[in-house]
Design a protein around this ligand. Sequence first.
Ligand SMILES: Cc1cc2nc3c(=O)[nH]c(=O)nc-3n(C[C@H](O)[C@H](O)[C@H](O)COP(=O)(O)OP(=O)(O)OC[C@H]3O[C@@H](n4cnc5c(N)ncnc54)[C@H](O)[C@@H]3O)c2cc1C
Length: 500
Amino acid sequence: MSGPARIAAGDPRYEDFVVRGDNARFPPRPDAFVLARSTEDVVRTVQEAVRAGQRIAVRSGGHCYEDFVSDPTVRVVIDLAAMDRVGFDAERQAFAVEPGVRLMDLYRALYLGWGVTVPGGASELVGIGGHLLGGGYGPLSRRFGACSDHLYAVEVVVVDADGRARAVVATRDPADPNHDLWWAHTGAGGGNFGVVTRYWLRSPGAEGGPGDLLPRPPASVLASSTVFPREGLTREALRALVGGHGRWHERNSAPDSPYAGLFSGLVLFAVAPQDDPGIGAILFNHLDGTGADAEELLARAVREMTGDVDAPRYDMPVERAPWLSTMVKLARAQDGESGRHKIKSAYLRRGYTDAQIDTIHDHLWGDGHAFSSATISLQSYGCAANAVAPDATATAQRDSVLRALYLTSWADPSTDEANLDWTRRLYRDVYAATGGVPLPDDRNDGCYINFPDVDMADPRWNASGTPWQYLYFKDNHPRLQQIKKRWDPLTVFSHALSVQ
Ligand SMILES: Cc1cc2nc3c(=O)[nH]c(=O)nc-3n(C[C@H](O)[C@H](O)[C@H](O)COP(=O)(O)OP(=O)(O)OC[C@H]3O[C@@H](n4cnc5c(N)ncnc54)[C@H](O)[C@@H]3O)c2cc1C
C-alpha cells in the first residue's frame, strides 16, 4: 500500500481539497492537506508535524459547522476521506469502520451486508469520523440511543508527553487500562484527544453472529408529512403547533414508550425577502412500519400533535417504504443547500413556552434579513437515548425529549454579518429568560457539540455567566479535562470549543 498523498498549495488538486468541506464560510488553507490511507500514514504525518512544530487538524467528512479544521493557524490538515472501509472484525467480534466513510455509505454497507445499522443521522455528506465523536443521533435514536452508545472500541493516534506519536486502542471494557480514552470518544466531539483511525461498533451486551451485534432497523417505515402555509400561521396557530408538538414529546418519550419507533421533525421556515410567504412549517413523522397497529399509531400521533392548530394545512398521503430508501430520502432533504452556514442548537427537556413561540414567530416572519434559507427544526429525542446514565458515556444530556437546531444559510459573503446577527438575535431572544442560552434547568439542557456554536464562548451572546463547557459537557467536563491531560499533554489537538 502506498503512503499518504501530500497536496500542497500550488498542486492542481489543492483547491478541490479546500472546497471539500461543507461550510463555505470556513475553507481550510493549510500549507498542505495529507490524504492518509492507513493508521501508519496518520502516525507518520502527526509525528512529522509535531517535530516541525506545525499545528494539525483532522477531517473525515469535512462537515463541521465551525472553523475547527480551517483555523488559519492550522498548517497541516490530515484528510481521512480515503480511509472509508467497513468490515466485520471476527477477532474483536465487532464491525470495523474507518472514519472517512459517509453516513449513508456506512448504513448501506452494514444493512445490505449484515442487516444491521447504527442510529445516526441521515446524510450522504457527513462522515462517521466527526459524527460519532459528538454522539450522533438520527431517526432510530429513540429506539436505539445515540450512535456513540454502540461504540465498542476506538483506535486513536495520540501524542505522548515526549512528543512521540503512536496508535492506541481503547475499549468499553472497564478493565482496559485505556478505558478512559474510549469514554472520551463517546460524545465530546472531534479534534480533542488525537486522530481516530478506526472505530469498532458493537452494541452493549450484544452476543451472537454479526447480524446480532448491532441494532436491526425496521424492514419498513411509514412516513407522513403535513404542510402549513405561512399565511395561516398566526401567533395563536404557531403556539398550538409548536406547543402541541412539544407537549406530545413530553408525554411520549420515556424509554418504554410505544412511540420509541417514531421520529418526528417540525421544521419552521423563515421567509426570505425574495420569496412569497410560501411554506411556514412542515411536520414530518417516520414510524417503524412493522407493527400491526402502525397506521393507527401514526395517525393518532399526528392528530395529537396538530389537533389544536386552527390553520390551513395539507396532509400528504402516508407512504410506506423500505427502511434504507426512507433514509436516503431523508438525507436528500437534510443535506440541503451548500453555501455559508451558521448553526445553533439546544436540548429541550420540555417544549417551548408560549412566550418563546411568540418570539420565534416574530423573528421568523417579521424581521429584516438576507439569508437564502433559515429554519428552526425541532427533532425527536428521548426514549432509548435517555435510558443511559449521563456519566456512562461522554454524552451528558440524557433526559431531553427534543433537540432544536437553528440553521441559517446564505450565499453572498457580503451579507455574513447581517445573517449572523439575525441568527444570534433570534436565538438570544428565544432564551432571553436564561441569559440568551439554553441553560440547563427544568426546560433546557444545554447544547449539542455536533452542532457547535462558538457564540456560546462569547459573553456578548452567552450572558448566563455559565461557561460554554457546561452547556455542552455538563458534569462530564472535569473528567474530560483529566483525560485530555493524560492523552494530549502537549495540546497537539485543539480548536475553539475543545476540551482544555
Ligand atoms: C448536512 C448535515 C446534516 C447533519 N445531520 C446530522 C444529524 O442528523 N444528526 C447529527 O447528530 N448530526 C448531524 N450533523 C452534524 C454532524 O454530525 C457534524 O457536523 C459532524 O461533526 C460532521 O462530521 P464530519 O466528519 O463530516 O466533519 P469534519 O469536519 O471532518 O469533523 C468535525 C470535527 O470532528 C473532528 N474529526 C473529524 N474526524 C476525526 C477523527 N477521525 N478523529 C478525531 N477528530 C476528528 C474534526 O477535526 C472536527 O473538529 C449534520 C451536519 C450536516 C452538515
